[in-house]
Design a protein around this ligand. Structure first.
Ligand SMILES: *[C@@H]1O[C@H](CO)[C@@H](O)[C@H](O)[C@H]1NC(C)=O
Length: 367
């Protein structure tokens, strides 16, 4: 893993042609406590408002790693280096600020340690389609943001780069992610707790782990995600397609979710709900509480599955999923030369399921 990281951390490309954010708020220093070991991992990357009104950052890799040892994380206090685009010549005078942003990005990327890229608030910067490129291992994250529109975002990170979610949405309301291409080693888009009214449309994903809601409910936490629409997506060669994942022992809900008009190509788990998610070395103990999943519509999803399990809905025994709709689903097995007679399967447990129109494969499900 060590070696992998070293090899893989230096390819990243972000192309952004439009991002507008009306506001985000974050207690920055509180959150920075979670980051650590800049020597081992390239700098967490922030894109921030100076007065903490908005920023994009790279949050989750360190969170996950520190999970086992919270002490190790909390004794570290990292003061980020601040790189303000204005200091690099951005004027917000209606003329093109792309060059200044590029210079600021370059400075930020070449620094070691935590970096904030600051975009002062209440100023309108004009950017041409712009390429921000490595060497920093990064992603784009929206945390505690309201009214965000991000379009034509291109994120590329290597397939074997761990914990590099393409676009991470957390505690954010009213966000539209449009016409974006994400190639990464982790989730292309991940939507986690506190997010509401999230729309992702025109998404091309792969390689990566697909489009995920969650994980939710880790460490017995309460999670709330609602009103999510993923519309018009193409996923190729990803380990998951559209996924909802929750840990045992959580609470709260994930509800009112639509995945539609999705084309899968050689995706290992095209449609998956996993309420027994466990991303740690020790097996997770059985716990009854669960984040409740309801009203999830899968509509017009077709393509090929790299594994037998094209549809796998594994809901909580104690709080079964309800209002799960499958409509116009056609998922076949990706043909392999050696065994091309394999068929795609569906397995469903603890699911209140409605099938509409053509649904293939179908769960032989009992509730
Ligand atoms: C499909 O995916 C599998 C496993 O991810 C991979 O081994 C195989 O080469 C892929 N096939 C094609 C045609 O891309």
């Amino acid at each position: 893993m060590y070696l992998n990281l070293k090899k893989s951390h230096c390819l990243l490309l972000l192309v952004i042609s439009l991002i507008s954010v009306s506001s985000c708020y974050e207690d920055l220093y509180h959150n920075l406590d979670h980051f650590h070991t800049p020597t081992l991992y390239p700098p967490p990357f922030y894109f921030t408002n100076y007065k903490q009104n908005y920023y994009y950052h790279k949050p989750n890799s360190a969170h996950r790693r520190n999970y086992k040892n919270p002490l190790r994380a909390s004794h570290l206090v990292i003061r980020p280096k601040v790189v303000n685009v204005d200091a690099f010549g951005a004027k917000a005078d209606g003329r093109d600020d792309s060059k200044a942003f590029k210079r600021a990005w370059k400075e930020a990327c070449s620094s070691t340690g935590t970096v904030l890229l600051v975009v002062p608030k209440n100023r309108d910067y004009v950017l041409k389609p712009i390429t921000f490129s490595g060497p920093c291992r990064s992603n784009l994250a929206f945390k505690r943001c309201f009214n965000v529109k991000a379009s034509n975002v291109l994120v590329t990170a290597p397939e074997y780069s761990p914990n590099t979610d393409g676009i991470h949405v957390t505690e954010t309301q009213n966000i539209l992610i449009k016409n974006s291409v994400i190639k990464t080693g982790d989730d292309c888009i991940s939507i986690v707790s506190g997010s509401k009214n999230v729309r992702a449309t025109g998404i091309t994903c792969g390689p990566g782990h697909g489009i995920s809601i969650g994980s939710l409910g880790a460490r017995n936490s309460a999670a709330y995600v609602s009103n999510v629409v993923v519309d018009k997506a193409r996923l190729s060669g990803t380990t998951n397609g559209v996924r909802i994942k929750t840990w045992q022992g959580g609470s709260g809900y994930a509800k009112n979710i639509i995945f539609q008009n999705v084309v899968m190509q050689n995706v290992s788990n095209p449609i998956i709900i996993n309420q027994y998610y466990c991303d740690q070395e020790k097996p997770c103990p059985e716990q009854h509480p669960a984040v409740r999943i309801s009203n999830v519509m899968y509509n017009n999803i077709r393509g090929s599955s790299a594994s037998e399990d094209a549809i796998k809905l594994s809901c909580s025994k104690s709080f079964p999923c309800h209002g799960i709709w499958l409509q116009n689903i056609a998922l076949g097995r990706q043909l392999l030369q050696e065994d091309n007679d394999q068929v795609a399967r569906a397995s469903c447990s603890n699911v209140g399921l409605v099938n509409r129109g053509i649904v293939y494969p179908r769960c032989s499900s009992k509730y």
